[in-house]
Write a new protein. Sequence first.
Length: 242
Amino acid sequence: MRWLQQQGCEQIYFKYCSTFDSTAQGNIGPVTDSLLAALAQDITLLCPALPVNGRTVYHGYLFVNGVPLNGSGMRNHPVTPMRYANVMRLMEAQAAGRAANIPFCVIDAGVEAVQQVIADLRQAGYRYLVPDALTSTHLETIAEASQTLPLLTGGSGLAGGLAAVLTRGSSSRNVDASEAGKPADGGKTVILSGSCYVMTNAQVAAYAAEAPALPLDVACCIEGLADYVAKVTEWVCQHRWR
């Protein structure tokens, strides 16, 4: 984040899954709080909605193809079982402040209406604002209304809305990634992927075609862990220069 700020970045986006994969133990709440502290801010948006994929937020409740989150297949997720659909409740259980909903009628009223509600809720002491979003147009309205917030959080839907807003006409805020470069090499990197989503599996396959990759054996992690750690460590050492 510090490197991004050094390149002139004015707004940080914390992206997470559109099903708000997080429990009372985190990690969306703790990460959001850490980013707010680092940016010296007191408020942000939580917008997991991705209408094009059937993820919508209505009165602060997250739906998956019309079914409340806790009634979808995410209810029994092995890592992050989603037992509630109310995003405010989910966030307050794992974070340091209060959450409030921005209802769809405010979003429909336009950018100025949303900005006024953000200001009112900030004045009332709310830290996390959950806007309703039923359409891609809602996402663009939310994005335009929140351009002055240094931190936004959400799924790829709001990120897309933000990109649409920022690319309208010419903007001095636009910087090509190739011009910004990348952080200085700090050493080797290990990427761990635990998702079973189809898209993630495709991304892992693409990476494995270009660089060393090792599928981890879950059974060995449970039984005979010490020997397996030694085996994995040996593999890493053999491939560390590739």
